[in-house]
Design a protein around this ligand. Structure first.
Ligand SMILES: [Zn+2]
Length: 477
């Protein structure tokens, strides 16, 4: 190395310095393992964020989700990992090496993986000389017990302690539990069910089931739906899904529905019937299962319901896989149609909606209807307040009279109005959380890996803010 220096009073001269061995400049990035199947949560600053974020005024807030910093003078966004207590994840540590850097055979120095009392990294270090052969390393991270606070971890180089990479691990001391019930919606009770194009031993065949119920039971197990929901989807958001083993069935009268022109075979042919179906099912379910003692769930009512049926719904946009209500937050349920039955990600998508997630792509219609929902609830509350004022005046009049029944009636009316106001406040808070918890929307319809997109083949992950949105929704139940 030749350094030219000017020393005052001495004049210009050149000093030849000996090469000082220094650590090669490098950066490391944690990534998901290529075999990743959703076993843990992992979210990072995606390549498309800067170009596809619909509302560019939110770009800084989006960057801030990934605790930005500088490494080697460049912006570095830190990925987030979630692990259930005592769970482990296989990650990849990718080393980004400057093209010009040549690693010597006997290169000294090690990449030191993070150390944390609740998290173990294996391997704990990587010899820099190993970079001669490869730049990607499998790293196992395991959580020993519970992580009480978010861990902001550094990867360093032992020779000079420089930070070359980072990883954030979300605390897992709060793991909300949810009880999930699958409710079979049988259209033609007592009849056999023919499933066309069923994949059996690698070939598509028409398969006859003894009943629709048998088919609906089979489709869940055949496609590993409950397990997918529990271990490859909501686990990412640190939500513990308890699958209710009970047998829940709602029977429709398909023959009558067909005679009334509401369905043709299994296809819904009446739009009004389709629109009211989810609500009808919920009412039927509540009538059969919630009015009977002993069937209420043990978790204090934190139950989510998946209605699923061989009914087919075709809308303007195409065949519908499933649906859930944006505004009826109390319904805590979704409905899966035939087209979505054998795709576990359909269930996750709809349950994601139930837990407060909107679409990951720009969906102005949904946002507008929620904003209108807030307005409608506010107007309704104002009418309730006026009615209470009116009732209070009435109360003053009737209570001085001789008929105690009249007084009682007015008091009851006020109580009812107050409870309606409380419900409205609850709904408004829920709607507002939905808007706030889904602030980031992207212009990448059908192309992301997010569960809340419409990508063919279904999603595999959630964003970090969706983890929080869903956790908060459940904790608020
Ligand atoms: Zn959707």
């Amino acid at each position: 190395m030749l350094i030219k220096t000017t020393i005052e009073g001495v004049g210009e001269k050149s000093i030849e310095l000996k090469e000082i061995p220094s650590t090669p400049k490098l950066k490391v990035h944690f990534q998901r393992h290529p075999d990743y199947k959703g076993e843990y949560g992992f979210d990072w600053f995606r390549d498309y964020y800067e170009t596809k974020l619909a509302d560019q005024s939110k770009l800084q807030a989006l960057k801030d989700e990934y605790t930005p910093c500088q490494i080697l003078g460049e912006d570095y966004f830190v990925p987030w990992l979630t692990l259930m207590p005592n769970a482990a994840a296989d990650l990849i540590l990718k080393v980004e090496l400057d093209e010009a850097v040549k690693i010597k055979k006997k290169e000294s120095g090690k990449i030191i993986l993070p150390k944390n009392c609740a998290l173990a990294f294996s391997p704990a270090e990587i010899e820099i000389s190993a970079l001669r052969d490869k730049q990607e390393f499998e790293v196992n991270v395991s959580c020993r017990g519970i992580l009480a606070a978010d861990a902001k971890l550094d990867v360093t180089i032992d020779t000079d302690n420089q930070v070359v990479g980072k990883l954030n691990v979300l605390k897992n001391s709060v793991v909300p539990k949810i009880n999930l019930r699958f409710v079979k919606v049988v259209v033609y009770p007592g009849q056999k069910y023919l499933k066309e194009n069923e994949l059996v031993n690698g070939a598509f065949v028409d398969k006859e089931y003894d009943s629709e119920e048998a088919y609906l039971d089979n489709v869940l197990t055949n496609h590993d739906v409950p397990n997918f929901i529990k271990t490859r989807a909501f686990n990412q958001a640190l939500i513990d899904v308890d699958i209710d083993p009970g047998n829940y069935v709602i029977e429709l009268d398909g023959t009558t529905l067909a005679n009334e022109g509401k369905i043709r075979g299994y296809e819904i042919s009446d739009n009004l019937f389709a629109k009211g179906l989810h609500k009808d099912l919920l009412a039927k379910y509540q009538n059969v299962y919630e009015n009977t003692s002993g069937s209420k769930n043990q978790q204090g009512g934190k139950s989510l319901i998946v209605f699923y049926s061989a009914l087919q719904r075709v809308a303007m946009s195409g065949t519908v896989g499933g649906e859930s209500s944006l505004l009826d937050v109390g319904s805590r349920s979704c409905l899966i149609y035939a087209a979505g039955l054998d795709a576990p990600s359909t269930y996750v998508h709809e349950l994601g909606h139930v837990m407060g997630c909107l679409h990951s792509f720009v969906d102005s219609a949904a946002v507008n209807s929620i904003e209108e929902g807030i307005k409608a609830k506010e107007e309704f509350m104002n009418r309730c307040f006026s009615a209470i004022e009116h009732n209070k005046k009435q109360l003053a009049i009737v209570s001085s009279g001789t008929n105690p029944l009249k007084t009682q009636k007015v008091i009851e009316s006020i109580e009812k109005l107050n409870s309606q106001i409380a419900d409205s406040i609850g709904a408004i808070s829920c709607y507002s959380h939905k808007i706030a918890g889904n602030a980031m929307a992207f212009d990448n319809f059908k192309t992301s890996s997010n569960f809340m997109d419409y990508t063919a083949g279904g999603g595999i992950d959630f964003f970090k803010w969706q983890w929080a949105t869903m956790q908060n929704a459940i904790l608020g139940y």
